[in-house]
Design a protein around this ligand. Sequence first.
Ligand SMILES: Cc1cc2nc3c(=O)[nH]c(=O)nc-3n(C[C@H](O)[C@H](O)[C@H](O)COP(=O)(O)OP(=O)(O)OC[C@H]3O[C@@H](n4cnc5c(N)ncnc54)[C@H](O)[C@@H]3O)c2cc1C
Length: 372
Amino acid sequence: MQVLIVGGGPAGSLTAIHLAGKAEVTIVEEHPSAGFPVQCAGLISESCFKELRKFVSNRCLLNKIKGAFVFAPNGSFLELRGRSGAVVVERKILDAELLRKAADDAEVRIKTRFLNCSKNKALLSGMNGREVLSYDIIIGADGVASTVARTLNFPRPEILPAIQVECMFEPLDERMVELYFGKDYSDCFFAYAVPIGDTSRIGVIAHSPQLYFKNLVEKHPSVSSRVKGRIIELNAGAIPLKLVDFVKGNAALIGDAAGMVKPYTGGGIYYHLVAAQVLGRTFPNLNEYCREYLKKMGKEYRVGEKIASLYTVLSDEDYVNLVKVGKGVEKLAHELHMDSPSSLLKIIPNLAKLLAHPRLSAKLCRTLLSRF
Ligand SMILES: Cc1cc2nc3c(=O)[nH]c(=O)nc-3n(C[C@H](O)[C@H](O)[C@H](O)COP(=O)(O)OP(=O)(O)OC[C@H]3O[C@@H](n4cnc5c(N)ncnc54)[C@H](O)[C@@H]3O)c2cc1C
C-alpha cells in the first residue's frame, strides 16, 4: 500500500516512523530541511521528550524546566510546579533528526511541494519539475495552512497569529518559564518567556501580536527592565484554535493541519506524537484512527478549550486577584500535568474551597465546569 505524507515536520516524520513496515511511505517536504523556519518555543514535557528520545539524540536538548511563574498584569506572580518537569528543545535539530529517522523506512523528497490531488494522484513540484505520484492513502501533515486540507475540502480551524523573538533576557529563574496575562499583553491568549541559557524566547499569541509584543517589552512592570540587547531571531507563526474533522475517505490530517494542539497553550508536539502512535496502531483503518484518537484525547480538548476560554472571561483585576488568592494554593499545582488539561479537574473542588475570593471563584467554576 502506497502512503503519501505531505510535510516533513514533527507530525509527518512521527507518522512515517509509526507506519514503518506497514506501508510504502513517501514524505514530501517543500523546504530543503525540516524545522525551518522555526515557529516554536520548543517547550515539551519530560515524558514527551522521553518518548521522542526513542528516535532522536540528546543534541536538541537546550534546557530543563521546573515550572512556571504566572504573572498578573501588575507584575505580581504565582509560582507553579506541576507533576511533570519540562524541557526546551531546539526544533531545527529535533525536526531534522526525526526526518532522518523517518527516512530509515520511508522515501523522503525534500524541496518537493504538494500542489493538489485528485483521484489518488498527487501533483508535486520538485527539483526536476512537476510530476504525478499515485497513492492509496494521503496524510496531510503540512501544518496550519494545510494545502492537503484545502484541496480535499476539510473544515479549517480558526487560527491565531503569534510572534516570537529570541533575545538577551534576565529570567527570574533560568529553570522557570514565565507566562504574562492581561489585556495589554494579549487580547485573547497570553505572552511568554522561555529561558534557554543566556537568551530567552519571548512570544505573544494574540490578534495583532506585534502591538502586544511592544507593550510587553516596553511597558510590562516586570519584563520591560529585564529585556537586554538586540533581537537575535524573529519568527512569526500561527496556532490553530480547534481540533477539526481529520478523516475523509482515504485521506487523513495530523498535527497542526488537524488543529491538534493543546487548546490553552498552542503546544502541539505531544498531541502529534499521540496521534502518530494511534495512526500507526490503527493503520490502515483511518476511521478507527479518528475514533481512537478522540477516545484518548477528546476530554483533554474539551477541558483545554474551557481553560482557553478563561482568557477572554477574566479581567485584569481577576488576574491580580487570582495571583493574590492563589499564593496559598500553589502547592495544588503538584497535581497538574502539562500534557493533561483534565488534571485540572481534580483540583477544582479544593481550589474553589481555598479561594478567598467568591466572585472569582464562581467565575472559574462557571467556565471550567459548565456542561460537564
Ligand atoms: C510561536 C509558536 C510557539 C510554539 N511553541 C510551542 C512549544 O513550545 N511547544 C509545542 O509543543 N508546540 C509549540 N508550538 C506549536 C508547534 O510549533 C506546532 O504544533 C508544530 O510545529 C506543528 O507540527 P506539524 O508537523 O503539524 O507542522 P509544521 O511544523 O508546520 O510542519 C509542516 C511541514 O509541512 C511542510 N509543508 C507545508 N506545506 C507543504 C506542501 N504544500 N508541500 C510539501 N511540504 C509542505 C512545511 O515546510 C513544514 O516542514 C508553537 C507554535 C508557535 C506558532
